[in-house]
Each structure stands twice: as structure tokens, then as C-alpha cells.
Design a protein around this ligand. Structure first.
Ligand code: URP
Ligand code: ZN
Ligand code: ZN
Length: 485
């Protein structure tokens, strides 16, 4: 076979295996895995790790925030930053405004995404599940291969009621879609905010106080109960507490299709960062908020034990200026600071350095958490997320020994800060290949605006999730009527 490109002499790792092999690429796909391959072009990967390109499945790109601020990264800068951080695809959100149709929402985001240098899809954020959205908009989106969406249990501009959430979950189950949820109890947060503000506690550090662990735990519990009641799969995004993670683990152990995601900020930063001098704490305002050192240790344990399927950045980039974090003035109250922080270029390097290189997780767990699990949960596997014959040649070649002191310039995004400034890490993705093309090497970007393509995704795969359907919804007993007659 005449191979276009061969990656020679590296250590290949997938979510299950680690082995020495050359990787042969033909027409943008992986065509051979063997010793001593030859091709028209060769990359020497001796001493390097040859891994599936990362798939970032939680990032906010060219999207308006709950406070109205626009993210600094558009689909060009966001995708470039993702690529520098070891990713070959991403799945940002297409956010419906209340009153907007699904078709109009998707048209807006398809137009924005044409600039992407890496492959992409969208999760739909549903804020207004009208009859039209549920009966026509969502089914049409599923037919286009958009098979996941997100709902919010908090933020006044985004929140859906429990009743709406049930409607969305049932629609998702019917079409085989995966629902993602931002789970925090809105009333509890508002109650805390009111008390804090009344007492004059408006500095950034009080953002963490206003979003207690109980708010997350209560909403995760409620979300899981609603999803399991209607037999719908649910992914709890950005889990930030031990209690929340335990609820996820328990539900899955009971056979439910309930999944969890956590993010680097909850393992590498704490609420003390919100108390930095001046307005600097605003850089660290995200929801759920940063927690404490004990929680960091708890979340590492859950990551090691497999509670979490996904390790995502929740990249939500708002600059430290009047376009973003300081839109309400140079010293904003915590209630007026856009929530979110950048990190798409750091999620994989931080896990390689502090997870794999420090022996906390295996290389195979790293691949699962950063690529394969996301591809499987979101219907992109085996085209994406693995190194196998026939898969897209989306590959990250890592130097596991490369040392770096992180600066904002390393992020190649449209931001003016990184929350991980000054971190010393070991391991860096040095060559990136997207569908067989060298997109990045030696720090130089080769990919062009628009090289990325939309990836239609398959429905959620229910295989292995064995929990019986709820009796109240079973047609065999008259949807529960038989239980009380
Ligand atoms: O604070 C955060 N996480 N902002 C981004 C939007 C969200 O809630 O995921
Ligand atoms: Zn969220
Ligand atoms: Zn988010």
C-alpha cells in the first residue's frame, strides 16, 4: 500500500493498550499499524507518545454568556488554542435564546464555526423548550447529527424548570440523545447572594460562598432522579464536589446511564484564588466555583476510580477588561462578573503532567478521559477518539519529557490571561495531525481557517445500561394506571 504519511518509532496508546508501532496514514485515515512502515512522508516519533487527538467536549466558543458578554474566542482563535493544547476536534455549544427556533440557532453557529481549524460539532443549549422546539426543532437537529444538548438548572437567562427538564429528557430518550446538565440549585444560590449582598460582601471571593456544595449536590440529585425516572441518559457537567461525584458513581453502579465530567480548575485551583489582590479574583469566577484542597484530593480519587468519564476545560473565555470580566467596572461586585475561565489549551497538558507523569493515572486513562470517552458518549467513535484502522488520522504526538513554565502566550487564544500562569509542567503535544495533515509542528501552525469540518454524530449507545424502565411510564401497565387500579 502506498502510504501518504508514516509516524515512525513512537509509543502508541489507546484507551486500552500501549504498544510500539508505526502508524501509516492514507487519504486522511489510519491505514496501517505495524513495524517498519514506509510512506511518501515520514515523521520520526522516537521517544514520543502517539495518541488520539484530544476531543474537547465542553467549551464555550463565540457564545454569549448568561450576563450577556461575548466570549473572547471565536471559532478561529478557539480552535487554534484547542489545537495547541493537543485537540483535533471540539464540540462547543450552540445556545438558543428564549423565543429563538432551533433552526435559527443552528444556522447562527454553523456560520460562526466555518472558521474552525479543527473538526467540530455542537451541543444545543435549550432555554425555551416550546411545543415547536420539542416536536419539530429537536427532531430536525437529531436528523442533522446533533445528538446532545445542555440544560441549565440555574442562571435566570438560561434556567429551565423541572417540568421543562422532564419534557427535554423524554424527547432526548425518544431520539437517543444525551442531555448534559449544569446542576446547581438556583433558589439556594439566590438566597445566599441576597444575604451576602445585604451584609456588603460583594468581593469576588464571596462568589464561592454564594454557591455552596449543597447547591450542587441537591441539583445533581434532582437531575439524576428526573433522568432515571424517565429512563434518559444524563451527563452532569463540571462536577466540583465529592458529594456530587458520589451521586454520579452511585447512579451508574445501579445501572443507570448517568455520567460525570470534571475540569482542571477544580483540581488545580482553589477558592483562595478568588481572593487575589485588587480585582484579580474576577479571573477565577466560574460556576460551580473553585473549592478547597480537600475537594481537590477527593476529585483526584474519583478521576482515578472512574467516576468521571470526561475531563473537560469548560473553556469560557472573558478577557480581564471591559469586554469581559470588568464589564461592570474596574472593581465589579461578584454578582456582575461573567462566569467562566479559559483553559482549552491546558486541559490535556495538565492531566499529562500531573496525572500520567506523576503516576496518578495511566496513559490509557488519559486517552479515555481526553478523547475516547467523549467520542463514545457523543456518537463520534470509532471515526474519532482512537487509533485504529479506518479511524480519522487525528493524532497528537507528545513529548512526554518536555518541560514548560506556562504563560498566557502559550495558549494562542484571544485572552489576556491564563489562570494557570507560572505552572511548571512536564509533557507537551508537539505535533498535531488532523485527518492526515500536519496541522501544527515545532510550535508553528500549518492549519488554515476553515480546515475543520462539521461532524454529524450518531445517537447515544444504550448498550450496557440495564436499569429497568420506570413502572409509571411502562405502556404494559397503562403508564402506571394499572399500579393503582
Ligand atoms: O462558569 C462557567 N462554567 N461558565 C461557563 C458556562 C457554564 O456554566 O458552563
Ligand atoms: Zn455550566
Ligand atoms: Zn460550560
Amino acid at each position: 500500500m502506498n502510504l501518504d504519511l508514516v509516524i515512525k518509532g513512537g509509543t502508541v496508546a489507546t484507551a486500552s493498550d500501549t504498544f510500539a508501532a508505526d502508524v501509516g496514514i492514507k487519504d486522511g485515515r489510519i491505514a496501517a499499524l505495524a513495524a517498519e512502515l514506509d510512506g511518501a512522508e515520514t515523521i520520526d516519533a522516537t521517544g514520543k507518545l502517539v495518541l488520539p487527538g484530544g476531543i474537547e467536549t465542553h467549551c464555550h466558543i463565540e457564545q454569549e454568556s448568561a450576563t450577556g458578554a461575548m466570549t473572547s474566542d471565536d471559532y478561529y482563535s478557539g480552535s487554534v488554542s484547542a489545537l495547541y493544547g493537543g485537540n483535533t476536534s471540539f464540540v462547543p455549544f450552540a445556545a438558543q435564546h428564549r423565543g429563538q427556533s432551533v433552526a435559527d440557532t443552528l444556522e447562527t453557529y454553523h456560520a460562526r464555526a466555518r472558521k474552525s481549524v479543527i473538526d467540530y460539532s455542537f451541543h444545543l443549549i435549550i432555554t425555551d423548550p416550546s411545543e415547536e422546539v420539542l416536536k419539530e426543532g429537536l427532531p430536525a437537529a437529531f436528523r442533522q447529527g446533533i445528538t446532545s444538548f445542555k440544560v441549565f438548572m440555574t442562571y435566570d437567562k438560561m434556567i429551565v424548570s423541572d417540568e421543562m427538564m422532564l419534557d427535554i429528557l423524554v424527547t432526548a430518550r425518544e431520539h437517543g440523545a444525551l442531555t448534559m446538565v449544569h446542576a446547581e440549585n438556583n433558589a439556594l444560590i439566590k438566597w445566599m447572594v441576597k444575604r451576602l449582598v445585604e451584609r456588603g460582601h460583594e468581593a469576588a471571593k464571596y462568589h464561592a460562598v454564594s454557591h455552596p456544595a449543597a447547591a450542587e449536590a441537591e441539583a445533581i440529585h434532582r437531575g439524576i432522579r428526573l433522568a432515571t425516572f424517565v429512563g434518559a441518559p444524563l451527563l452532569i457537567v463540571h462536577v466540583s464536589t465529592d458529594e456530587g461525584a458520589r451521586l454520579v458513581a452511585k447512579a451508574r453502579q445501579e445501572g443507570h446511564a448517568i455520567f460525570g465530567e470534571t475540569c482542571p480548575q477544580y483540581l488545580f485551583l482553589t477558592h483562595a484564588d478568588l481572593d487575589r489582590p485588587g480585582a484579580e479574583g474576577a479571573k477565577f469566577c466560574c460556576s460551580p466555583p473553585l473549592r478547597d484542597g480537600k475537594t481537590q484530593a477527593d476529585l483526584w480519587r474519583h478521576l482515578q476510580a472512574g467516576t468521571f468519564h470526561l475531563w473537560s476545560s469548560d473553556h469560557a473565555p472573558y478577557r480581564f477588561d471591559e469586554t469581559g470580566k470588568l464589564a461592570a467596572g474596574p472593581n465589579p461586585p461578584f454578582t456582575k462578573i461573567a462566569n467562566g475561565m479559559p483553559g482549552i489549551a491546558m486541559r490535556a497538558p495538565l492531566l499529562m503532567s500531573e496525572g500520567v507523569n506523576k503516576g496518578r493515572i495511566s496513559l490509557n486513562q488519559f486517552v479515555a478521559l481526553t478523547a475516547t470517552n467523549g467520542a463514545k458518549l457523543f456518537g463520534m467513535h470509532p471515526k474519532k477518539g482512537t487509533i485504529a484502522i479506518g479511524a480519522d488520522a487525528d493524532i497528537a504526538i507528545w513529548d512526554p519529557a518536555a518541560k514548560r513554565t506556562i504563560t498566557a502566550a502559550d495558549m494562542h487564544d484571544a485572552m489576556d490571561y491564563t489562570p494557570f500562569e507560572g505552572f511548571e509542567i512536564t509533557g507537551w503535544p508537539e505535533t498535531m495531525i488532523t485527518r492526515g495533515r500536519v496541522a501544527l509542528s515545532g510550535g508553528t501552525l500549518h492549519a488554515a481557517r476553515g480546515d475543520g469540518a462539521f461532524v454529524p454524530r450518531a445517537p447515544f449507545d444504550f448498550t450496557g445500561y440495564t436499569a429497568p424502565p420506570p413502572a409509571e411510564l411502562d405502556p404494559a401497565n397503562g403508564f402506571g394506571v394499572a399500579l393503582i387500579d
